[in-house]
Design a protein around this ligand. Structure first.
Ligand code: TNX
Length: 550
């Protein structure tokens, strides 16, 4: 009798163990078996074709760097027996993300519709591996069929307010890859720094990539730190990043802000302003360091009145910049900003007022729309499409523009009703610069956005008529870095919220269930430890999450 009880207990443990599949984002379908496959030094990854080889190398590198285990890679063709992980592209279908993952006692099979599908299968294997570095590399026997819900699964990093080195940009891309996301939106220019080398306009980086100081603490700040802040990416470095991302099936969408948030470019080329002779103004309540004469890169946060003048000089400049940007970034989409452009300068500029009359525009909002449409026409003529923040709706939307809805869901709803593509990124749910704890001891901006809130986000707005729902390409979280000056804080602000967002974007709507996610999240916290992520522990604080105390 005791033996039977023991056997039942052992079986139970085996079964319950086998059932612990904790992948985030949750796959569409999972059938769990009994027993496991073990990766060891005899394991070979068998890859069919160049795309699969990329994924094979990714997995081999991961196993080596995280667990210190080296496995071989072979190209299929030769018959391989024994302990193998087999990667193949089933249909070479460009549009899908689908893969199947089958783990038996003897081998692992990943079949992707294309290279991206295989890569996503690899990410699932990574999350089937133990969270403990020193444990044998068991993978539970399982059958997974999986594909993404949304085509656009993005993360934005602002490198203007604070500059981040190439090594960290790569790490940020690694985060995106681990969560089966596919777009890195790189916010490269703003009032506080121009970060991309443009050969035709060297002053953009000579002058525009540095500021002479930064306000200390929360706006308006307790003084100025008096430190030079700066840096930029050379074109070679940018190519390196685009390649690094592409190897992970991630598209890099560059953002060149216009017509507002352009103080750094104006500091380099004052003719870009409506009033080239006027010195840069900064809010009186903020402290300044260094010269105040002439045009300067801003040292505090916010919105500034000195914006691009809609002159031929500016349009030539922007087209030249875009020519170099398009050479560097193969992405179909180029982000042109368009947000928070105060109209004061245009109101008091005789040139702008005349232009409004000549072009028969209604007002300064019409002028903003004219501005964006000219750039859109140029980019369209080169086979690219624009993305803009939702302000580009004001004064009339450019014909093929995709709208990034950030001031709530309204912009997205309006654009989709006008049959324009939409990427949802509403502040209240997916601004990861918001605090995630009521006990925050570092400076943050905006609201209080917990992991639960992110998980509860639904990218297709309730108020959007069903026939327009397909205009919603997906969603994105934004990491603005006014108060984020180092890599550790980036990680702290991203995790665990990014894990929650990945499930919103990848998993079927019917799969989304907080209680189920929460169980997997607890294991994910251990995986963050394995990955050395500096994640937020707000979840464990009852003040943020009364349920965690249960
Ligand atoms: C608004 S979101 C901005 C950014 C700031 C952010 C701070 C958007 C398009 N513009 O310039 O960094 O708020 O949360």
């Amino acid at each position: 009798m005791r033996k039977i009880v023991l056997l039942v207990l052992v079986m139970n443990t085996l079964l319950t163990h086998a059932q612990e599949i904790n992948i985030i984002p949750k796959p569409v379908s999972v059938t769990v078996g009994v027993g496991s496959f073990t990766i060891n030094a005899n394991t070979k990854i068998v890859a069919k074709g160049t795309e699969c080889l990329k994924s094979a190398h990714f997995l081999a590198d991961y196993l080596r760097s995280v667990y210190g285990v080296s496995v071989g890679i072979v190209e299929s063709g030769s018959n391989q027996s024994g302990n193998t992980i087999n990667l193949s592209e089933a249909r070479k279908d460009e549009t899908h993300t689908r893969y199947s993952l089958t783990v038996s006692g003897k081998n692992v099979q990943i079949k992707g519709d294309n290279g991206a599908g295989v890569f996503y299968g690899i990410q699932s294997i990574i999350q089937l591996l133990p969270v403990d570095k020193s444990s044998p590399l068991f993978i539970p026997q399982v059958n997974i069929l999986d594909s993404a819900r949304f085509a656009y699964r993005g993360m934005m990093l602002d490198v203007s307010r604070h500059f981040f080195p190439i090594s960290f940009v790569k790490q940020f891309i690694d985060f995106i890859a681990l969560y089966k996301m596919n777009t890195f939106h790189w916010h490269l220019t703003d009032d506080q720094g121009w970060r991309i080398e443009i050969k035709k306009y060297p002053k953009l980086t000579e002058i525009g990539s540095h500021r002479n100081g930064t306000i200390i603490g929360r706006y308006p700040g307790k003084g100025n730190d008096g430190q030079t802040e700066g840096g930029f990416y050379t074109q070679d470095q940018i190519r390196e990043i685009v390649k690094y991302a592409a190897a992970r099936y991630i598209t890099v969408v560059p953002e060149i802000e216009m017509p507002g948030h352009s103080s750094a470019a104006i500091a380099a080329y004052p003719q870009l302003s409506c009033f080239p002779e006027e010195s840069t103004k900064h809010p009186e309540k903020t402290a300044w360091n260094g010269p105040t004469e002439g045009k300067q890169v801003q040292q505090a946060w916010g919105v500034f009145e000195d914006v691009y003048a809609p002159t031929e000089y500016t349009f030539h400049f922007l087209q030249d910049v875009m020519d170099e940007v398009m050479q560097l970034f193969p992405s179909k989409y180029i982000h042109v900003g368009g947000d928070e452009c105060p109209k004061e300068s245009w109101k008091r500029s005789a040139f702008c007022q005349q232009l409004i009359k000549d072009k028969g525009l209604k007002d300064e909002h019409g002028l903003q729309s004219y501005f964006i449409q000219r750039i859109e026409k140029y980019l369209n003529s080169k086979g690219r499409r624009i993305i803009g923040w939702d302000e580009i709706l004001e004064g009339g939307l450019a014909p093929n523009a995709t709208v990034m809805s950030w001031r709530g869901e309204e912009g997205g709803i309006e654009a989709a009703k006008q049959k324009h593509q939409v990427i949802m990124t509403p502040g209240a749910w997916v601004y990861f610069d918001h605090t995630q704890t009521k006990h925050e001891d570092s400076v943050t901006i905006g609201g209080y956005t917990t992991v639960q809130k992110v998980y509860g986000y639904e990218p297709v707005p309730k108020l959007l008529p069903e026939e327009n729902a397909h205009y919603v390409l997906g969603a994105q979280a934004n990491l603005w870095t006014e108060y984020i000056s180092n890599a550790a804080k980036v990680e702290y602000m991203l995790f665990p919220r990014m894990s929650a967002l990945s499930e919103v974007l990848w998993s079927a709507k019917s799969q989304r269930n907080w209680d189920d996610f929460e169980k997997r999240l607890l294991v994910q916290f251990k995986r963050y430890e394995l990955w050395n992520f500096n994640y937020s522990k707000a979840y464990f604080d009852p003040i943020n999450n009364p349920d965690s105390a249960k």
